[in-house]
Write a protein that binds this ligand. Structure first.
Ligand SMILES: C[S@@+](CC[C@H](N)C(=O)[O-])C[C@H]1O[C@@H](n2cnc3c(N)ncnc32)[C@H](O)[C@@H]1O
Length: 278
């Protein structure tokens, strides 16, 4: 039998994981507003034990670790070696005792010890989402809860769709893609998502719309770099020659300039805030 999630394990340990590890500060800015909604939604409390799934470089794990003081604890779990290296180096620099496990959440042998299982965009990459969430459910303590954020439809997410649509004529023909395949927009359909969680055994499922803005940089130059660094355009343009990428960058820069505000380039983000109980 093939190892589950083999493709995603390669993906997050290859060039993409390396790039996320290098540019986590930028990504954290991009996701700042979302995080400001997600943390109160998850409502980690002093004394709780929290697990951050798909924690990447640990930004939210550190925030959770602070929220559960005194007497609480936080741990991060991810499949990406390069991103976990950053998380561990940050923990060391802060003298923080936070375990960061390199494990696949869909198969790791969890003990039922966590009051909160949390994720910021780290749970959309499973080959078999029902089996994965069944396994994740095993990590919850008796009154435990799940809280995560995932993307709604690609077209509703201007931060990703606007640059992609602007550059489409310069991109090679993209093969038709399965909207439910592991990837950022796999849970865009909230009915399907609710079905996955309920088949996995979760109760009290809440799926709430979150509309906010992304912070793509102070200038359209920075925003164009960001669009080529993260999201569907970055994937589609990754292998292209430098001169084509330069043309794409110019086109995208012009489009993203339309989102200029006093706070920088801030196109919309469309997410689901998802909560569930054991
Ligand atoms: C979009 S990134 C988000 C990272 C981080 N939560 C953040 O917000 O910066 C998705 C993360 O999920 C992790 N991931 C994907 N599949 C996973 C799995 N099966 N088990 C654990 N982590 C996984 C990836 O390695 C990556 O770090």
């Amino acid at each position: 039998m093939n190892k589950p999630n083999a493709q995603m394990i390669d993906y997050w340990n290859g060039a993409v994981g390396e790039r996320w590890a290098r540019s986590q500060d930028r990504t954290d800015l991009l996701l700042n507003n979302i995080t400001d909604h997600l943390l109160p939604f998850a409502a980690a409390k002093p004394g709780e034990s929290v697990l951050d799934i798909g924690c990447g470089c640990g930004t939210t794990t550190f925030r959770l670790a602070m929220a559960v003081q005194p007497n609480g604890s936080a741990a991060g779990l991810d499949i990406s070696g390069p991103m976990l290296d950053v998380a561990r180096a940050r923990a060391q620099a802060m003298n923080a005792d936070i375990p960061f496990l390199r494990e696949d959440a869909s198969v790791y042998d969890f003990q039922p010890v966590f009051d909160l299982v949390f994720s910021r965009f780290g749970i959309m990459f499973f080959d078999d989402p029902v089996a994965a969430f069944k396994n994740i459910r095993r990590a919850l303590a008796p009154k435990g809860r799940l809280a995560f954020v995932c993307w709604r439809d690609f077209k509703e997410n201007a931060w990703a769709f606007a640059p992609y649509a602007a550059a489409k004529h310069l991109l090679p023909e993209q093969p038709p893609s399965d909207p439910h395949a592991p990837g950022p927009f796999a849970f865009a359909d909230s009915g399907r998502l609710k079905g996955i969680l309920s088949q996995a055994g979760f109760n009290g499922i809440r799926i709430e719309k979150l509309d906010a803005t992304a912070s793509m940089g102070a200038t359209s130059d920075q925003a164009a770099d960001e669009a080529l660094n993260v999201g569907p355009l970055s994937r589609a343009a990754r292998e292209l020659a430098d001169d084509v990428r330069a043309k794409i960058r110019e086109t995208v820069k012009e489009t993203l300039a339309k989102y200029q505000t006093p706070a920088g380039i801030t196109p919309g983000v469309a997410c689901w805030l998802v909560g569930a109980t054991l």
